[in-house]
Ligand binder design. Structure first.
Ligand code: KG4
Ligand code: ZN
Length: 366
């Protein structure tokens, strides 16, 4: 992708962010300092009947709801929303990847069209970079989460430890060799007959259960490095369920014990792997967790204790900014605009867009 950089200068206008990479249709407006002027997220309920995201349904729902949502957040941000009259908007940003191609085309297409009409830059945003930079939003961490920090990214599609060395400078320390952590939550929730998405439903049920009730494996715990594996854990739960009388209904108390035991196993594994990652990045003084699974209270508490044990700081975005949202998209764009990015109307929507293909702004190169 062609990206152009100019000398850094203070970016003056508010930024509109658009997120449509999966099943959340989201918009937000941030002022030039990163203060949130307006934000909205529509979660698409239509996928629940299918037990997972149906890409074509997602893309059509984004198309149906995004224009209205953009108008609404611009209005709430105090920016004229009708016709071409939004003269005070300084830039428009949208997730251009990685994600489901249909949704990415809808979000980035609408963003580019608006940017062209208003004569403002369009900033293509990498969705993973947006998760990675969320902790730097003003007011979340005292001092603003200075680089470098260690990031544990745990979402429905990603599970990795990254050394965040600077804007556009990400070093992958390890990642999952099979399922992502959120994917494992969703699959086990499905086995337990919970709704979709499964993570939040499983966490709620786990509150009623005993985390020691079921002896589940801790895949890769204690192994060198910080790779992850979750598919064996999901299979262990499936085997436990098939070993019972399949005709007998699963009592709620038993399901709660399974949920609590599974959640404890995931948290144990994530803590062990992150412990290794901290040792692999001795320069890190801060551990940041991001992505949908970072909304999990048990995991947040375990990671906070881990960081405290290492004498480093810990940051987790507020729950609503862990799952997919547009505040993080607008913020990632602001970081790049402040570093001198000119924008890129020619940026394609990309289903795959690994973070190590991101470039550091020349103005920030060491
Ligand atoms: O970051 P995200 O919103 O979308 C992706 O980029 O994937 O993450 C969604 C994932 C889903 O797998 C969902 O089940 C999981 O995050 N999740 C949770 C919780 N809230 C969302 N997993 C465990 N506990 C939660 N409270
Ligand atoms: Zn995400």
């Amino acid at each position: 992708m062609k990206e152009r950089w100019t000398a850094p200068e203070r970016f003056a206008g508010p930024v509109l962010g658009i997120e449509t990479s999966c099943d959340e249709t989201a918009c937000a407006v941030l002022d030039a300092n990163g203060a949130i002027l307006a934000e909205a997220v529509l979660s698409q309920a239509a996928h629940a009947a299918f037990g997972g995201v149906v890409p074509e349904i997602a893309a059509r729902a984004h198309l149906a709801h995004l224009p209205g949502l953009v108008g609404r957040v611009l209005g709430e941000a105090g920016l004229p929303a009708s016709g071409l009259g939004a003269p005070r908007l300084g830039a428009i940003a949208a997730s251009c990847g990685p994600g489901l191609i249909g949704g990415l085309i809808v979000g980035s297409g609408l963003g580019k069209g608006l940017a062209l009409a208003l004569g403002v830059p369009f900033v293509p945003v990498n969705h993973i970079e947006a998760h990675a930079l969320t902790a730097r939003l003003p007011g979340l961490v005292t001092g603003g989460a200075p680089f470098p920090y260690l990031l544990l990214l745990v979402s429905g599609g990603h599970c990795q430890c990254l050394a965040v060395e600077g804007l556009g400078r990400y070093r992958r320390l390890g990642g999952t060799i099979d399922d992502a952590a959120g994917e494992a939550f969703d699959k086990v929730a499905k086995l337990l007959g919970l709704g979709w998405p499964g993570g939040p439903a499983l966490e709620r049920l786990a509150q009623e259960g005993d985390p020691r009730a079921l002896a589940l494996p801790r895949p890769l715990r204690g192994r060198p490095g910080c790779d992850f594996s979750f598919s064996g854990l999901k299979t262990a739960v499936a085997q436990h369920l098939t070993a019972r009388d399949p005709a007998a209904p699963l009592p709620r108390a038993e399901a709660a014990d399974i949920a609590a035991s599974f959640q404890a196993a995931v948290a144990d594994v994530l803590v062990d792997r992150t412990d290794h990652a901290i040792r692999m990045m001795p320069e890190a003084t801060l551990l940041v967790v991001a992505g949908g699974v970072a909304a999990n209270a048990t995991l947040r508490a375990c990671l906070a204790a881990l960081a405290a044990g290492h004498g480093i700081g810990f940051a987790a975005p507020p729950i609503r900014l862990c799952t997919d949202n547009a505040v993080m998209v607008a913020w990632a764009a602001l970081e790049r605009l402040r570093a001198g990015a000119e924008g890129g109307l020619d940026a394609p929507a990309r289903p795959r867009w690994p973070l190590d293909e991101m470039r550091a702004p020349q103005s920030l190169a060491p």
